[in-house]
Design a protein around this ligand. Structure first.
Ligand SMILES: [Zn+2]
Ligand SMILES: [Zn+2]
Length: 341
């Protein structure tokens, strides 16, 4: 059997259950690294690709992009990594390394040829996965590999805005939507030293969110409760993909405050320009983060012992895991443990 054959779980068509699938990955390229998958988180974007929500899926589709594993093969041009080293791979598998954003260290904004781990590329619901060496992130020894996977996509998505917006311990940050992303945001902000308000539509989570580090919990659908937050937040992170009363949320920003979108809300967001001019407020968004930010996140998480709260499933039960994510009951991220052997 050739070394380039990889066993995986694939969607053969939109909307169907995942099935065992084996493919020939071809020769490992000089700049690539091959990683044997140990764990892989389940992110909403995996479902979007499996179901072809973005009309860009080619089948068979192997999803999975919150990958923890160890290096089993290195291309001749791969740098700074060793065989056997434990690493993580997230949303991005390759960037061009030649465009201005790549040269400037903003590889996540690559305008040249770039490859997402699960779009036109086989992801981590597999025994092995490949990526360009820059996107293969060393895992610090004291970070728990079982729960670290969700840091590689959900985690970096909420961490990067803290760097970009220069968030400090004196700032008050609101997190809208406390699921896979939002719960990691609370844990990161707690370690960061900020005052934290969690906006959740589920009042049953209140005590849990306070135990996690939230100073305040507000019902995200209670107009009066939101109104009472007027002028408070230096940064609001939205992790939801539904439409909320954005104008009301804008009014909760402090002067120079920013409403930052991470969840892909599909409907346009109405913003009155007056509400931006008055108080110099802004509305921004970002995708995941670049390799340096990923390294900084993993080191920070190891030092502060920040671990996503997960539910573990064997990878062979991926369809049950997807069902669990759909149910909205998962606390707070589902992780698959590879069980091919
Ligand atoms: Zn993701
Ligand atoms: Zn580039």
């Amino acid at each position: 059997m050739s070394n380039n054959l990889i066993r995986a779980y694939a969607a053969m068509q939109a909307g169907e259950q995942l099935v065992p699938y084996q493919f020939d990955a071809g020769e490992l390229q000089a700049h690539q690294v091959e990683v044997k998958v140990e764990y892989c988180g389940l992110c909403h974007s995996d479902l979007s690709v499996i179901n072809n929500d973005w009309r860009s899926t080619s089948y068979p589709a192997v999803a999975g992009h919150e990958i923890i594993g160890s290096i089993v093969a290195l291309g001749s041009e791969a740098k700074g990594l060793k065989i056997g080293q434990r690493v993580g791979i997230g949303w991005t598998a390759e960037s061009c390394q030649a465009c201005d954003p790549c040269i400037g260290g903003n590889q996540v904004l690559c305008t040249g040829e770039n490859v997402a781990t699960i779009v036109g590329h086989a992801g981590g619901f597999a025994e092995k996965v490949r990526a360009g060496w820059q996107w293969v992130i060393p895992l610090p020894d004291d970070l728990d590999p079982e729960s670290a996977g969700p840091l590689l996509c959900g985690g970096i998505t909420v961490f990067d805005p803290l760097l970009k917006h220069k968030i400090q311990a004196t700032h008050h940050v609101g997190v809208i939507g406390i699921g896979g992303l939002g719960h990691i945001a609370i844990k990161l902000l707690k370690a960061w030293g900020c005052e934290i308000t969690a906006f959740s539509s589920n009042p049953e989570k209140t005590e849990e969110l306070k135990a996690m580090g939230a100073d305040h919990v507000v019902n995200s659908r209670d107009a009066q409760a939101i109104k009472a937050q007027r002028g408070k937040f230096d940064l609001l992170l939205s992790t939801v993909n539904v439409t909320l009363n954005w104008q009301a949320y804008l009014s909760t920003l402090a002067p120079n405050g920013c409403l930052h979108f991470l969840g892909l809300t599909l409907e346009p967001v109405p913003v009155s320009v007056g509400s931006l001019i008055d108080g110099a407020k802004s509305v921004t968004g970002s995708p995941t983060g670049s390799p340096l930010a990923l390294r900084q996140l993993l080191q920070f998480a190891a030092r502060k012992q920040i671990a996503p709260q997960i539910e573990l499933f064997p990878m062979s039960q991926l369809n049950d895991a997807i069902e669990r994510l759909h149910s909205g009951q998962a606390r707070y991220r589902v992780v698959l443990k590879a069980d091919f052997d």
